[in-house]
Design a protein around this ligand. Structure first.
Ligand code: R7I
Ligand code: MG
Length: 307
């Protein structure tokens, strides 16, 4: 089991969660069908969560770490507007394509405070899995990956929280020791500073015994598309369902809200622990997800050179 194996399993978990979660914005597809073992017919197109995660994974495959300029170039190169990007992300990625420095574009977003959106968190679980066994490196690398698009500290901490959870999940898989839900969230909290994201994870830790509906009511379900309204619930799901990928995705679907993103986050963390094979992601779900792009590394390098 290499770092890249863990990373790749987490990317499968993220992208299946994203693609299946996005199906629940399609009228006519209902929760009951999924729970009955009859999910929507494929292929399930993935969204911006997966597209951006693939750029991060290409960085790790090619270089083992995040170079912010290169990551910005990859994000801009692979930006397909119809993949459901946030409104701020659309503006920012267009600016970067036009030659604006990413740091200027990210800093100018939302009247100069930077985006608090959940986009830095939605794409980062595979980076955490890659750094399984080294939570501090996962946190630092997540920070770097987030800053490229999200300048607001709450969005950056959302990415740190998800990456540390995925790193811990991957390490638990390697050591064959499932952490208690509270233990997993304590490891995450140890890497955060005070703020709304931190407060949300503290609350999630207090709610480990409650129903999905109550957790989503208290923590948010991503309907505001903000980091602190998305990450605490997604990590509550991952912590409480770490050994059961389908149950984690069911919980995200049941909660509603920004389902592709909560399912991408929870799915990316859980698959770092379960793997993507038997006992992890259902084979039928993997087969129905739109295939992942395969040409990221080469295309992005060519685009950077051509600028
Ligand atoms: O964070 P981001 O990439 O969005 C990701 C989300 C995921 O759910 C995807 O699946 C996709 O649906 O979008 O993109 P941003 O546009 O930076 O942030 C997302 C949204 O959060 C924005 O469009 C705003 O609605 C909101 N938002 C803010 N609202 C007020 N003030 C982000 N930052 C702010 C803010 O500072
Ligand atoms: Mg999306």
């Amino acid at each position: 089991m290499t770092s890249l194996d863990l990373c790749s399993d987490s990317l499968d978990g993220l992208s299946v969660g994203d693609a299946l979660g996005a199906q629940f914005f399609v009228p006519g597809s209902g929760l009951a069908a999924l729970l009955d073992g009859d999910p929507p017919a494929g292929p399930w197109p993935w969204t911006d969560d997966t597209e951006m995660a693939c750029s991060i994974v290409a960085e790790l495959r090619g270089h083992g770490g995040i170079d912010q300029d290169r990551l910005a170039a990859r994000f801009a190169e692979h930006f397909e507007p119809y993949r459901g990007y946030g409104a701020g992300a659309v503006v920012l990625l267009r600016q970067v394509r036009q030659g604006v420095a990413w740091r200027d574009a990210a800093g100018a977003a939302f009247d100069g405070q930077g985006s608090m959106g959940n986009g830095a968190a939605m794409r980062v679980a595979p980076l955490g899995a890659f750094h399984a066994g080294n939570n501090r490196t996962a946190a630092l690398q997540a920070w770097r990956s987030a800053e490229v698009t999200h300048a607001h500290p709450e969005a950056i901490l959302g990415a740190v929280a998800v990456a540390v959870a995925a790193a811990e999940a991957g390490w638990s898989r390697l050591t064959r020791s499932r952490p208690e839900p509270a233990e997993l969230l304590d490891v995450v909290l140890a890497h955060l500073v005070d703020g709304r994201l931190h407060a949300g994870i503290v609350l999630a830790r207090r709610l480990l015994g409650v129903s999905v509906a109550e957790a989503a009511y208290e923590l948010g379900n991503g309907s505001q598309v903000l980091a602190f309204d998305t990450v605490p619930f997604a990590l509550w799901v991952a912590a409480t369902r770490l050994d059961d990928y389908p149950a984690a995705i069911h919980a995200c679907v049941e909660a509603g809200g920004d389902v592709d993103t909560t399912a991408a986050i929870a799915g990316g963390v859980v698959a770092a622990y379960t793997g993507s094979g038997p006992g992890g992601i259902p084979a039928q779900w993997l087969a129905r997800r739109e295939p992942l792009p395969t040409t990221y590394a080469d295309k992005s390098a060519a685009w950077s050179r051509g600028r």
